[in-house]
Design a protein around this ligand. Structure first.
Ligand code: FES
Ligand SMILES: [Fe+2]
Length: 458
């Protein structure tokens, strides 16, 4: 087999960029070109998204046999189905005959998917069950298993969150999540009935790089007073500058990180993020360990990112007329291109809530954190700068770096909290940019294909 000269050139170029990332990260800096580079993006799709565990759906979205949702793993469209046996399947949405997408809708309920092109039909577990004119065209039936839809070889769930990996050779989901799984259990497990999606996700395109969004949600408390300050001025939010002093970053293995806030140190009424009494009184933490109880009662995360592209948000929010809800959203930063992502944003509600209460939470969540949400507009406009800088001939010529030097170069003590009993690392200030650096160090680790995976790297 001949090696294409252009492939060698691209590999060399990518290796040079990653070497520069490595040396920059040693100084808590990051080269601009990784936010808008075709070779970097292609390698992310192959080395990260086609290999690691990627969130694909919440179990509440496919609760009944036949339910399906159309999702993505990197750039690949996949169908996530609940088959007749109750099993969960993550199937490639490319017909094995000529590649037409066999499922053209975002969600629904069906026992089969029929390709529109020539009519091959697949069961909702992926098996090929029908080929038109089979006798006349082929003479004998095609092997149903051999010609079924491609299946993600690994599919596992944690606390209702379904993840898939396109690589057989990967640790279990629980091992991959580590402390982030422990945190997810706490965030959605404060009532034994758990949480569900309030509806399908909002989806919208942003001219930003997926990493900027994931990094922001890993714990960028620094931007809040500046970028979201206007939300405080018009009464949609409070305590916007508390995240620095009261920030409590949590850092887990494999690039996962969350940012808690010491809510009750500011105001005892902010126990459980400030949930109203009728909700708070229903919580049941009997299955929690001591650290989980402490976290959700006093130091609950406002944001978090499960590497690579699933993020969490929970905070008190207002509708502008005095109604307040504590809203929960999960969002996924779908890579589209080096300088473009698609945001998928779900509002979550508690299963024990009555309809009115759930609707209020979902509505206020969408008002502020949905497609037209105030906070989203603040964030997404700001994020558009990084890929523009990354594409700038001037910035590249100057080998411009982004600045992540609040941490190891700061005179402030940001060492891990020695009293922390939970998994991973916890710090006692929201400043430091440690979570963001942790995300990028793991990103580099994956891009340089340095498996097996390791623990917190910073
Ligand atoms: S492409 Fe699907 S049946 Fe031909
Ligand atoms: Fe923000």
């Amino acid at each position: 087999m001949q090696t294409d000269v252009s492939d060698v050139g691209a590999d060399r170029r990518l290796a040079d960029i990653l070497a520069r990332v490595e040396s920059s990260l040693a100084d808590d800096l990051l080269p601009v070109e990784i936010f808008n580079d075709v070779d970097v993006f292609q390698a992310e799709i192959e080395r990260i998204f086609a290999r690691t565990w990627v969130f694909v759906a919440h179990e509440s979205e496919i609760s009944k046999p036949g339910d399906f949702v159309q999702r993505r793993i990197g750039l690949d469209p996949v169908i996530v189905t609940r088959d007749g046996d109750g099993g969960i399947n993550v199937l490639s949405n490319y017909c094995r005959h000529r590649g037409t997408q066999v499922c053209q809708t975002d969600q629904g309920n069906s026992r089969f998917f029929k390709c529109a092109y020539h009519g091959w039909t697949y069961a909702n577990n992926g098996e090929l069950i029908g080929t038109p004119f089979m006798q006349a065209a082929y003479g004998t039936p095609l092997d149903k298993r051999q010609w079924g839809l491609l299946r993600a070889p690994r599919v596992e769930s944690r606390s209702g969150f379904i993840f898939a990996s396109l690589s057989e050779d990967i640790e279990s989901l629980d091992e991959f999540l580590g402390g982030a799984g422990w945190m997810l259990d706490a965030l959605v497990g404060m009532h034994p009935d758990g949480m569900r999606v309030a509806g399908p996700p909002d989806r919208y395109h942003v001219k930003a790089n997926w990493k900027t969004a994931a990094e922001n949600f890993s714990g960028d408390t620094y931007h809040v007073p500046s970028l979201h300050g206007s939300m405080g001025e018009i009464g949609l939010a409070f305590g916007l500058d508390a995240g620095g002093e009261f920030g409590r970053p949590y850092e887990f293995e494999n690039g996962h990180a969350f940012l808690g806030i010491a809510w009750t140190e500011q105001d005892p009424q902010l126990e459980f993020w400030g949930y109203p009494p009728e909700i708070k009184d229903s919580f049941d933490l009997s299955g929690f360990d001591e650290s989980q109880t402490r976290v959700v009662t006093h130091d609950g995360p406002i944001v978090g990112t499960v590497f690579p592209n699933l993020s969490f948000f929970r905070a008190a929010a207002f509708d502008g007329s005095g109604l307040m809800s504590v809203v929960t959203s999960f969002r996924q930063w779908q890579p589209v291109g080096p300088g473009e992502l698609e945001v998928w944003s779900w509002q979550f509600v508690w299963n024990f809530q009555d309809e009115d209460s759930a609707l209020q939470d979902a509505t206020i969540g969408q008002l502020q954190f949905g497609v037209a949400g105030v906070a989203e507009q603040d964030d997404t406009v700001a994020w558009e700068g990084a890929p523009k800088a990354g594409a700038s001939a001037w910035a590249r010529k100057e080998q411009m770096n982004f600045h992540f030097q609040q941490g190891n170069f700061s005179a402030i003590d940001q060492s891990p909290d020695p009293a922390w009993q939970g998994p991973g690392i916890r710090r006692r200030t929201g400043f430091g940019e440690h979570n963001q650096l942790h995300f990028y160090r793991h990103w580099l680790h994956e891009m340089q294909e340095q498996r097996p995976l390791n623990g917190p790297t910073s």
